[in-house]
Write a protein that binds this ligand. Sequence first.
Ligand SMILES: [Zn+2]
Length: 443
Amino acid sequence: MNNTKSGPKFKLILILAAVVLAVGGYFLLRDTDPPALSLLPNVGRVSPDTVLTLKAEDLGLGLKDLEVRLVQKGKRTGLLAKDFAQGEIRFSTDLTLSGTEILEGPFEIEIEARDRSLYPLGQAGRSRLVRNLVLDATPPRISVESGQHNLNQGGSGLVVYKSDEDLGRTGVLVGERFFPGYRQTGDKDQNRVYACLFAMPYDTPPAEFNPRIVARDLAGNERLRAIPVHANARAFRLSKINVSDQFLEQKMPEFRKFFPNAPSLLDVFLKVNRELRVENRARLKEIGLDTSPTPMWEGPFLRLPNSATMAGFGDRREYLSQGKMIDEQTHLGIDLASVKNAPIPAANNGMVVHTGYLGIYGDALIIDHGLGLQSLYAHLSETAVNNGDNVSQGQIIGRTGVSGLAGGDHLHFGILVSGLPVQPREWWDATWMRNNVDGKLGR
Ligand SMILES: [Zn+2]
């Protein structure tokens, strides 16, 4: 008797097969979420070199395939087609339009992806993402509106320029240094006028000084344009400073907390003079970005009244200990000494953007005057204003003192252009200001 087909063994096989199908089917069908797609940037203007980052993800059964197409004026072109043999869960790639036939103007980018769930069972496993972008392949056109850029080594300059389109990052590049430019309000859309205060850094001789306007449009196309300048060399003084034991014992305890492991007070001093100085100057650069896009100053800046100049801007300082040179730095402000705890007037109208301890500068104040121009008051014994206060020229903002790296009571007065210290004397000089700054701004 052939009993096999109806025997219990066969029934068991049938049941097992049904279970395997059910379980397998469940695993194939349970992936009810289609792939997640994203594209960045996904709006606005792009250049041929703009990197478009595409991401696809399917946490269920994984990705099956993906296609990217560009659509312009009804014409479709493929940009990428990909099959995922391994059923990858995640896929990410960077795309650009360079080498494609997309013309300047609007276009669509269309992304489609499928996951590995069973087909054809509706659209559950399929995703589509469409984004509208605009291709802009032309860098902005820049015209320099201001004439006569005469700069002194360590000094400041202003350039006014127009752009034929809206700009993202713009300003003046001097070597590695970047000075942001600011769009002037009140100008009409067709007249995109930008003003940029920049500097001929104290450490840049005329032969190496090649300032260039950098203008990047909203798509990322960049134009570099040289500024015609007349650059004057300046010689800076050499001064020698004796670092006495008395000075170390008096001043270094204040700085001990920054360098607890320095073996001696002299080591603390060297670390303060080198490392802390670099750190504090980097902070000035950050504060320099906290500025009004339009000028707030009125006329020349004030100098601390009835004061003697104790040290100049750009002084090269050699530090001596027991007759030996132990360090070398450049002094980037003007030291003014008056009576002890002398009241300090605000050098010009502006807004307080820093109050408080600032390393070598001790208790310090920074006033923003707009366009990245700021004045710094260091070694104070007292501060009479708060962050965010608007101050007017002549208003008493604090008192001189000895805080920070100061041997005796004085004011270290600095002028900063986007955080870079520049020669303050120019800003005390009404004629210089008219010819080089205010005249160009039409003020
Ligand atoms: Zn100083």
